[in-house]
Ligand binder design. Sequence first.
Ligand code: NAD
Ligand code: ZN
Length: 345
Amino acid sequence: MPAIMKTKPAYGAELVEVDVPKPGPGEVLIKVLATSICGTDLHIYEWNEWAQSRIKTPQIMGHEVAGEVIEVGPGVDTLEVGDYISAETHIVCGKCYACRHNRYHVCQNTKIFGVDMDGVFAEYAIVPAQNAWKNPKDMPPEYAALQEPLGNAVDTVLAGPIAGMSTLITGAGPLGLLGIAVAKASGAYPIIVSEPSEFRRELAKKVGADYVINPFEEDPVKAVMDITDGAGVEVFLEFSGAPKALEQGLAATTPGGRVSLLGLFPRDVTVDFNNLIIFKALEIHGITGRHLWETWYTVSSLIQSGKLNLDPVITHKYKGFEKFEEAFELMKAGKTGKVVFFPHK
Ligand code: NAD
Ligand code: ZN
């Protein structure tokens, strides 16, 4: 079967032929119906410092997936052939201090498929049964595959109340766009998005932003104050990983407001804690991964409600993997929302 493989420790990847794997104890084999590219896959493709320190080659890439179970390994009693599943990509240990406090999303021994083992950019892939999430049969595979990154967005947006609340989202990359969709479906208003790329500002509007700001051309803090009659936003959601966006977002948040930080900063950041956080009594949440499994229930229900506007977020669909290099390069250039592959043409 064809698979996108990181064959050597260098820039790029290769489309190779490999054998269909056999599910071991506790595993299932799925026919991959849809699989999407995550920023992490791009880091592995580009072979950045993090990837160099973590990834062992050769390895099949990819982790966001929807597929049909076609073979069940020994000892699996929770799934059967024909089940339509997505997968939580964090394989948690269940034994560490965090896990034993039901904080699986911060398990200190987390392994990730497509990072620490073979992934899902292939026609068939192995999923540990404990990581499978059963989907309703009528959920489109491209939505089902997006549930994993949607989980990050849901944990960011719904870390507190948001209905009827003014909201600033900084960064409208693939995750920020999913965040906009979740905020819109959850009744946030107005949704103000700060994003330097014109292409992504246009996408943000299509997904549900009420106002868009180019932070390189106008001051987002002033723009937010104008829109909110000087109050500032109730909710600030950071999806960019840009230190400047963090500072601007904190300044634009109303005293007593709520902040969720998902974007990962490239270096240590300096912030005026006294004036921007402490004296404003802000409620700040660091966000990592998704809550297991509460977030999956929320994501699945949001999709089934029909209120999540996902179609504008999915900007590129590919049948087969032949054009994977084009897909990665477009994503690298910031010219995409989510990119989805359908391996079986
Ligand atoms: P991305 O790089 O595609 O998107 C970031 C967006 O921010 C881009 O569109 C960029 O133009 C925009 N941006 C840059 N400078 C800005 C500024 N000053 N103000 C506003 N916007 C600005 O990344 P993504 O895939 O959408 O992921 C978003 C962030 O989330 C990344 O930092 C990623 O590393 C992080 N992440 C965190 C987790 C987690 O669990 N915490 C998981 C996955 C990804
Ligand atoms: Zn653990």
